[in-house]
Write a protein that binds this ligand. Sequence first.
Ligand SMILES: NC(=O)c1ccc[n+]([C@@H]2O[C@H](COP(=O)([O-])OP(=O)(O)OC[C@H]3O[C@@H](n4cnc5c(N)ncnc54)[C@H](OP(=O)(O)O)[C@@H]3O)[C@@H](O)[C@H]2O)c1
Length: 264
Amino acid sequence: MSKTIVVTGVSSGIGNDLANQLIAANHTVIGISRRQAKDLNYDHFSCDLSNAQAIEETAHKINQKYPTIDAVIHVAGMGIADALEHTNYADAEWIYKVNVLAPFYLNRFLIPNLRQNRNTKIIHVGSLAGTLTIPFQAFYSMSKAALFSYSEALRMELKPFAIHVSIILPGDIKTPFTDHRKNTYQKDDPIYQGRIDRAIQKMAHDEQQGMSASAVTKVILKQLNKRKTPIFETVGLKYKVILMLAKFLPHAIREKIIYHFYAK
Ligand SMILES: NC(=O)c1ccc[n+]([C@@H]2O[C@H](COP(=O)([O-])OP(=O)(O)OC[C@H]3O[C@@H](n4cnc5c(N)ncnc54)[C@H](OP(=O)(O)O)[C@@H]3O)[C@@H](O)[C@H]2O)c1
């Protein structure tokens, strides 16, 4: 059955792949991003998701034009990299706005619309970095951890309305995310002596060797087609095993491993 689905982050990477596949499956896609995706047959709403007023205006326009939507999928997100000591307040605030407050605020206006139907869905795209904290990308990890908590709480609050809320936790995915990451650090930082750049270069390399955007799309499509969705879901066996190991390993060992890869 054809569904009406709001997707954020349609101009690039995972959101773009998802929108393409939803359109190919005859769903109506209401896309949100700052840039418009070329060659996509969808209804685009240009919106800077770091701007609360823009979010509110966009949501009202969507509600007027589409009074019964079936799902909202929050894919839009950005990365940020620097030492915590060097991170300025405006950047910290901005990443929280894009990665946490935007899903919260957009949902706030779209939930009454979702409530019009039974078994509607809100799917957030989080990150494994929200459960396994990554040094020198701490504000990214922190924002995705906050999104995880938000998603869990929203799920419980909306349960009686049959609005099913979930969060997907991808690992490394090969998309323009790597190039879009806001790197505010200095390569030759005299205090951290190359540690930040080494960590980010390793992360960038892993991302570019990572899974395809369509692997994430596959998980989202599966959730859309189910009546109920899991609390959270990782993408691919490798990351399911990593998450399972992380759960059972003592915290100090976990820290040693992450330090070895991303902080030395
Ligand atoms: N790639 C990975 O390795 C990876 C791993 C785990 C999780 N994730 C998560 O997956 C999601 C999608 O990432 P991706 O890999 O597809 O990255 P991407 O290719 O950089 O796409 C990011 C999307 O977010 C939108 N966006 C960013 N800032 C925005 C803003 N202020 N207002 C409106 N839209 C904004 C961008 O659109 P405009 O620039 O046109 O506004 C773009 O469509 C993110 O939430 C990311 O954290 C990615």
